[in-house]
Design a protein around this ligand. Structure first.
Ligand code: HEC
Length: 95
């Protein structure tokens, strides 16, 4: 019985982690779609001579674009967009 409960709790923990991750992605996608597509479409992330070459540069660039547009995002918002753009386009190794 103890063993069963242990397994059950493992399942519960991993399920909640998966959901948090999916929500973070969704949050990043919404932020991006609502605030970022006015100047550049997603082609800028996949063009041949793109500016960003690693995960740190991606984060810096997103912060610059965010600041330049007076969005006053929280760090969590930046991270959500960094993760969304990285998972969707850049696919860098994360730090
Ligand atoms: C006011 C216009 C504007 C808005 C709005 C904007 N950006 Fe940018 N962004 C730029 C410009 C200009 C560049 C650089 C383009 C160049 O040099 O070719 C750029 C480049 C980038 C790049 C680098 C692309 C590459 O070459 O790898 C990323 C990533 C990026 N922006 C993310 C964002 C995000 C995320 C948002 C929303 C917070 C955003 N941008 C909103 C103007 C904007």
């Amino acid at each position: 019985m103890k063993y069963f409960l242990f397994l059950l709790s493992l399942v519960a923990v991993s399920a909640s982690l998966t959901t948090a991750h999916a929500e973070d992605m969704q949050h990043g996608k919404l932020l991006y779609e609502n605030n970022c597509v006015s100047c550049h479409s997603s082609e800028i992330f996949t063009r041949e001579k793109r500016m960003v070459n690693n995960f740190t540069e991606l984060k810096e660039r997103i912060r610059q674009c965010e600041l330049a547009n007076d969005l006053t995002w929280f760090d969590d918002d930046i991270d959500a967009v960094v993760n969304y753009l990285n998972a969707t386009y850049y696919k860098f190794e994360t730090e």
